[in-house]
Design a binder for this molecule. Structure first.
Ligand code: FES
Length: 98
């Protein structure tokens, strides 16, 4: 398992390896991650991975293309594409400004 904290909401929960963050945040809207397309097109769900990046599956090409459009650094990911690959103590995701 991994403990997951969302900023700026401060909401915390747990998730298992293999799980998708979009499913977690659908179950827990208190996390306050905004979505629109849900398919790596719009960039609405961009989050900065402040802790736990090593436990994530790497981005695929469609995600990288969107992040490049926004000019984001390597620690920014699309929450709609983000999956936990392995157990870790803590993941911290901060929702990016639109
Ligand atoms: S919701 Fe559009 S890129 Fe994630």
């Amino acid at each position: 398992m991994a403990r997951v904290r969302f900023e700026p909401s401060g909401y915390e929960t747990e998730m298992a390896p293999g799980a998708a963050f979009i499913d977690l945040t659908d179950e827990h809207p208190e996390a306050e991650v905004p979505y629109s397309c849900r398919s790596a097109s719009c960039g609405t769900c961009r989050v900065q991975v402040k802790q736990g990046a090593e436990a994530m599956l790497p981005p695929e090409d469609d995600e990288l293309e969107v992040l490049e459009i926004f000019g984001d650094e390597g620690d920014v990911r699309l929450c709609c594409q983000l999956k936990l690959a392995k157990e870790t103590d803590l993941v911290v995701l901060e929702v990016c400004d639109p």
